[in-house]
Ligand binder design. Structure first.
Ligand code: SF4
Length: 85
C-alpha cells in the first residue's frame, strides 16, 4: 500500500479556517496517487478537512450537484488514508 503524502503532516489537512494552509494541503493532494479513491471515500462519508484537494464545503456542493447523500462515520479519517490500524 502506498503511503499517502498527507501522513507527513496530517494537521495541515484539518485547518480549513486558514486559506494558506488549505492551499498547501491541496497542493500535496495534487501529486497523490490515492487521489481518486480518496475523493470517492470523502464523498461517501461526512468527513471534514481537505481530502483529494477538496474542502468540506466543496464536497458538500459536489454531493448536492450529484445527489449523493453522505454517511456519518465515527472512525478517524486518517486511518483510512494511511490504512493504519
Ligand atoms: S488527502 Fe487524499 S489525496 Fe490528499 S494526500 Fe491524503 S490520501 Fe492523498
Amino acid at each position: 500500500m502506498t503511503s499517502p503524502p498527507c501522513e507527513a503532516d496530517p494537521d495541515l489537512f484539518f485547518d480549513e479556517g486558514n486559506a494558506g494552509r488549505t492551499a498547501r494541503a491541496k497542493k500535496v493532494c495534487a501529486g497523490c496517487p490515492l487521489r481518486d479513491p480518496c475523493l470517492t471515500e470523502a464523498l461517501a462519508h461526512a468527513v471534514e478537512g481537505v481530502w483529494s484537494a477538496t474542502t468540506t464545503d466543496e464536497r458538500k456542493a459536489m454531493r448536492r450537484r450529484a445527489g449523493i447523500k453522505a454517511r456519518q462515520i465515527v472512525t478517524n479519517p486518517l486511518r483510512w488514508k494511511g490504512e493504519v490500524a
